[in-house]
Design a protein around this ligand. Structure first.
Ligand code: EPU
Length: 427
């Protein structure tokens, strides 16, 4: 397996183009199951999670042509409404085929995803939503077996209250409601920009979705029980943008322009970056990040959007490792999302863990080391640490990075970093 080797010390300067959003593309690919005909997605990033979703759609009987940044999905003649463990275990987001499959075909058999590196991540809210729409749900040998009313009938619009704002849970139920008979009201929904983007797509497909991006979403399902195919360019990836924002701010003199990034999608991060002493400004279609003074320590607590994104917690912690003073970082979304901490400690960071809180004391420098992580964002944080660490850092298990960062080493090199991919170097 590959590794990424970084020689630290370069000050990042220049432009980097932000790719399409992974977490918007995944539900939208699943939404193609709600229609026949040919759907075309543009601005799709070349990522392993996109390939995994394409493989799943093909297994389900769709034709999928992935030529990033375009993906074309066509209906095949055989539908097999079943998502096997081998595919779901590679990517939890696969569970988002459950809502569309049972809404469209009356039944679905989807593997339970199980726990993952960042926490238990149950799907009870997804299942509760489908049950409210008249589904019968059985759990059998690690699979969820869902059936529409009366043994495979059409779902009924319903009121669904989510116990917590869940991103993929909201998306799964939105897709089911788009084909259900009548009106659904979803309460306490996730408000992430990716949920709003899915609402836009469902409207393009002919459903009536109102309120996506707020905590209450009203959906009137299609009269015909089927939606139309679509053509859509996906929004920019706010987490990729945030990651380059932090990378650019790691050294004094850093000056990075994020092409196509949307500042409004990153308000919590931007507010914290500014408090830490980083300049962040909108410039036309771009966002420019500069640092011309020392970093100040700031506290951060992750929360559902518009709170501080858990997907930026690890990267922001690296910034705080070099700030003056003490920073308290609390993780409230996932119970096990501090895997980067022991690796950062090996690089010389001073971090004390107390339950879901990390107390970071800024240090003068980090040191290069051989490191690895078992989660995408933790891996990204270690790359950022490597950019400023003395000597060389080698990040192993690069396949985690490849799930969510398109051409990361080329993009960083374009900003002046000394980064290379080493083929077959992983242990
Ligand atoms: N939860 C439940 N029951 C459910 C659903 C969620 O208890 O049925 C809990 C989770 O365990 C967690 C909280 O609710 O504590 C919120 O989780 P959520 O469901 O929102 O997470 P997700 O939908 O599985 C998406 C992103 C993640 C991102 C989280 C939080 C996608 C494909 N994934 O996951 O992205 O961290 O929202 O913002 O959209 C990543 O890109 O690296 C990534 C992990």
């Amino acid at each position: 397996m590959d590794a990424i080797r970084i020689r630290g010390g370069a000050t990042l300067k220049g432009h980097v183009r932000i790719s399409g959003s992974k977490n918007a593309a995944l539900p939208i690919l699943c939404a193609t199951l709600l229609s026949d005909g040919e759907s075309r997605l543009r601005n799709v990033p070349a990522l392993r999670d996109i390939d995994t979703t394409a493989a799943l759609l093909r297994f389900l009987g769709r034709g999928v042509d992935v030529r990033a940044p375009e993906v074309v999905v066509t209906a095949g003649s055989n539908v097999r409404p079943e998502a096997p463990y081998e595919l779901v275990k590679q990517m939890r987001a696969s569970v988002m085929v459950l809502g569309p499959l049972v809404a469209r075909f009356g039944r679905a058999k989807v593997s339970l995803p199980g726990g993952c590196a960042i926490g238990a991540r149950p799907i009870d809210q997804h299942l509760k939503g489908l049950e409210a729409m008249g589904c019968t749900i059985r759990l059998e040998r690690g699979y969820v077996i869902a059936e529409g009313p009366g043994g495979g009938g059409r779902l009924k619009g319903a009121e669904v209250y989510f116990d917590m704002p869940t991103v993929t849970g909201t998306e799964n139920i939105m897709m089911a409601a788009a084909l259900a008979k009548g009106r659904s009201t979803l309460l306490n929904c996730a408000r992430e920009p990716e949920v709003e983007e899915l609402g836009r797509i469902l409207n393009k497909m002919g459903a009536e979705v109102d309120g996506a991006g707020t905590d209450v979403i009203h959906i009137t399902g299609s009269e015909r029980g089927e939606l139309a195919p679509f053509d859509h360019a996906i929004i920019a990836d706010r987490i990729e943008a945030g990651t380059y924002m932090v990378a650019g701010a790691m050294t004094e003199g850093g000056d990075v322009t994020l092409e196509g990034a949307v500042l409004e999608d990153l308000e919590a991060l931007v507010a914290k970056m500014r408090l830490a002493g980083v300049e962040v400004a909108s410039e036309g279609q771009n966002v420019r990040v500069r640092r011309n003074g020392p970093l100040r320590a700031v506290n951060v607590t992750t929360g559902p959007h518009p709170g501080f994104p858990t997907d930026m917690q690890a990267q922001f912690m690296v910034l705080m490792c070099l700030a003056k003073g003490e920073s308290v970082i609390s993780e409230t979304i996932f119970e096990n999302r501090f895997m980067h901490v022991p690796e950062l400690q090996r690089m010389g960071a001073s971090i004390a863990l107390r339950g879901n809180t990390a107390v970071v004391q800024g240090v003068d420098r980090l040191y290069g080391a051989s490191v690895m992580a078992t989660d995408l964002r933790a891996s990204a944080s270690l790359v950022i640490a490597g950019l400023v660490a003395e000597d060389e850092t080698e990040l192993q298990r690069v396949y985690h990075i490849d799930r969510g960062y398109e051409h990361i080493e080329q993009k960083l090199r374009g900003l002046g970093a000394n980064v290379e991919r080493v083929k077959g170097a992983d242990a």
